[in-house]
Design a protein around this ligand. Structure first.
Ligand code: TYM
Length: 335
């Protein structure tokens, strides 16, 4: 069976972007029955920028609760946190020695994050995509469900696999594919249709958090930026209207419908009519997730048990692959 791997950073607060761009797809792939699914809380990635230790602990548990509340079943999928499986860091080191400086310097996410201040970024932030490649390749995963913003990192993972196989004259690491599907692969800020919805945006009004209550969700959608035109009858009419496009994409993704289909129904209506429909749908879909997250967070010991069990299962797959990698590289090990 083909393997699926993906991860989310426990850097505080899950957004509607994380849910529609990633988690919803994770659940679909788990339920498809065609894959072995492995989902990770990537705490080693999170600390590439400063994380308060107590907050990291809390955010790790909260993300675990979020995964489960969104539909990840720790029996069906392997669910764990990255630092509990030391093989991630070990393989990442080898990939640090495979990847080239020039490849890393082309990463747009790094450039966007550090701006003009690259000298002050952590070395880990620069090397981050090599760790991400290790996450995926440690399981020989071939399918990587992600939002649009992670595409370049998955492509770099392919480059690392190809160069490793080439340098060591082996056919060991598979070449993986990003899975970027659905109506909302890039959810935009509610305040600015040219910016990605992000947990790091200073304005909380720019995003919907999975922990927002019904009133908050409704208020954020009511205040979302729009243009004065009514909704178009087909997707072509969304061109040059990033805010309108974003809200329609969100609606379609939440409703599991295509944008064409949604516009055929609601085209011609004003935002004053569409926004309450969107708010009702968002509350109906997200409300149960936040309720379940809060319930799970009441029992942190149970969350920790789930993660420990997940890490054991992950290590069963990862350890032999790391050992074979060491053999290929020529590292003497246990006999
Ligand atoms: P992270 O934690 O930033 O985001 C987790 C997932 O959510 C998606 N996402 C979005 N999708 C659509 N619209 C948005 N506004 C939006 N914001 C976030 C991201 O694309 C991602 O799929 N480097 C990764 C984590 C990672 C990983 C991996 C992913 C580490 N190792 C191995 C896949 C495979 C990251 O920082 O995601």
């Amino acid at each position: 069976t083909p393997r699926v791997f993906s991860g989310i950073q426990p850097s505080g607060g899950l957004t509607l972007g994380n849910y529609l761009g990633a988690m919803k797809r994770f659940v679909e792939m788990q339920e498809a029955g065609e894959y072995e699914t492995i989902y990770c809380i990537v705490d080693l990635h999170a600390i590439t920028v400063w994380q308060d230790p107590a907050a990291l602990t809390r955010n790790t548990r909260e993300l675990c609760a979020g995964y489960i509340a969104a539909g990840i079943d720790p029996e069906k999928s392997v669910l764990f946190n990255q630092s509990q499986v030391a093989e991630h860091a070990q393989l990442a080191w080898i990939f640090n020695c495979v990847a080239r400086m020039g490849w890393m310097q082309r990463m747009t996410q790094f450039k966007d994050k550090v701006g003009k201040n690259a000298q002050n970024a952590s070395l880990g932030l620069f090397a981050y995509p090599a760790l991400m490649a290790a996450d995926i390749l440690l399981y020989h995963a071939t399918h990587v469900p992600v939002g649009e913003d992670q595409k370049q990192h998955v492509e770099l993972t392919r480059d690392i696999a190809i160069k490793f196989n080439h340098d060591y004259k082996v056919d060991f690491f598979p070449v993986c594919e990003p899975v970027i599907e659905g109506a909302a692969t890039r959810v935009m800020s509610l305040r600015d249709g040219s910016k990605k919805m992000s947990k790091s945006d200073p304005s909380d009004m720019s995003r919907i958090n999975l922990t927002d209550d019904a009133d908050t969700i409704a208020r954020k959608i009511r205040k979302a930026k729009t243009d004065p035109e009514p909704l178009p009858e087909d997707p072509k009419g969304l061109e040059g209207r990033p805010e309108a496009r974003n809200l329609v994409n969100i609606y379609a993704a939440l409703a599991d419908r295509t944008v064409e289909d949604v516009l055929a129904e609601i085209g011609g209506r004003q935002f004053s009519e569409f926004k309450p429909m969107l708010a009702d749908l968002a509350v109906a879909k997200l409300g149960p997730i936040s309720t379940e997250m809060a319930r799970l967070m009441d029992d942190p010991a149970e969350i920790d048990r789930i993660l420990t069990r997940g890490a054991e299962r992950a290590r069963e797959i990862a350890a032999p692959i790391l050992r074979r990698t060491y053999d290929i590289v020529g590292m003497v090990g246990p006999t």
